[in-house]
Design a protein around this ligand. Structure first.
Ligand code: PEP
Ligand code: MG
Length: 315
């Protein structure tokens, strides 16, 4: 039924009662930025900078980084663009930064952890992001991947502040970060939940293994409880929590996420129109009620079925 009423996204995500839910794009390389803007994205919720440098054996120069980041910021004048620092490792090894010999790369020195050994790579990247931000009019936010603790958050925010980057946040994609999101969000300006990794780590199921697909879904009530915990941390501190994992691209799950307190949804640009269309059929209060329905389910299939049954537009 959804496909039968395909419309284009008008660039304003909202519920039927007018509660705004900015719908943002996930992008990799700069050439995806204009396409995301053309698809109506209200900004970028996740710029995966590591995709710019996947094949490199040497770290990119600051100048090269500035030029790549400026291309992305330039596609969103006056709009929010969340730049994620290099999430190297596991499924995205960067030859200049990660050790591919680790026995458990998903649990290894990846994401922000690479800065323990190689702080200069992070410093140079923050320098490049700051220069790009100063040269363009986009509202540039910065966030770190794979944050697990309050100390990591404080260290990252301090480094960003030293570079003049005032809106510094963290991804919540490690269950520990969801559970201590209160003190994390006392320090960070925002959080963005990476449901792909949050699900992988909560369920101990490799996100790359199709055999584990039944476990690796963000409809798992355990994952939804972690999302709810993160939103509570945001509420306690008056800080916004977004979602930038694949869960945001599932229209029924997007409704649940909004009901759990998620402020923005970031997704692959092709998902924007469907998510916008389903959100427009529910009030914010209905989102809250459907979030309760999902949290009360005992299984992922049960949560999905119960929520979908109450969204006639998806029948
Ligand atoms: C995630 O983990 O959900 C996420 C958005 O980051 P990535 O998919 O790049 O690991
Ligand atoms: Mg991730």
């Amino acid at each position: 039924a959804l496909a039968a009423q395909v419309r284009t996204f008008d660039g304003h995500g909202r519920t039927s009662d007018g509660h705004a839910v900015p719908l943002l794009a996930n992008i990799g390389k700069p050439d995806g930025a204009q396409a995301a803007a053309d698809a109506g994205a209200e900004g970028v919720g996740l710029f995966r900078t590591e995709f710019c440098f996947l094949d490199r054996t040497q770290a990119p120069s600051i100048e090269e980084q500035v030029s790549q980041y400026r291309q992305v910021l330039a596609a969103f004048p006056g709009k929010k663009v969340v730049v994620r620092t290099l999430d190297a490792g596991a499924d995205k090894p960067l030859p200049f930064l990660t050790n591919t010999e680790e026995p458990n790369p998903a649990l290894g020195v990846r994401g922000l952890r690479t800065s323990w050994r190689n702080p200069q790579v992070l410093e140079d990247q923050l320098d490049a992001i700051a220069q790009a931000a100063a040269a363009e009019s986009a509202d540039t936010w910065v966030m770190a991947p794979m944050v697990a603790t309050v100390e990591e958050t404080a260290d990252f925010v301090d480094r960003c502040t030293a570079h003049g980057l005032r809106t510094a946040g963290v991804m919540v994609e490690v269950p520990s970060a969801a559970l201590v999101s209160g003190p994390i969000l006392a320090r960070a300006a925002f959080a963005s939940i990476g449901t792909n990794d949050l699900t992988q780590y909560a369920m101990a199921s490799d996100r790359m293994l199709g055999d584990l697909a039944a476990l690796s879904t963000s409809w798992q009530p355990a994952v939804l409880h972690l999302v709810a915990a993160t939103c509570r941390g945001g509420e306690q501190n008056g800080k916004p929590v977004g979602v930038c994992g694949e869960a945001a691209a599932d229209p029924a799950l997007a409704v649940v996420l909004v009901g759990l307190g998620v402020a923005t949804l970031s997704m692959s640009p092709r998902a924007l129109a469907d998510v916008a269309a389903v959100l427009q059929t529910v009030t914010r209060e209905e989102c809250t009620r459907l979030a309760g329905v999902a949290l009360a389910a005992e299984t992922a299939d049960g949560a999905r079925a119960a929520v979908r049954a109450e969204l006639p537009v998806l029948e």
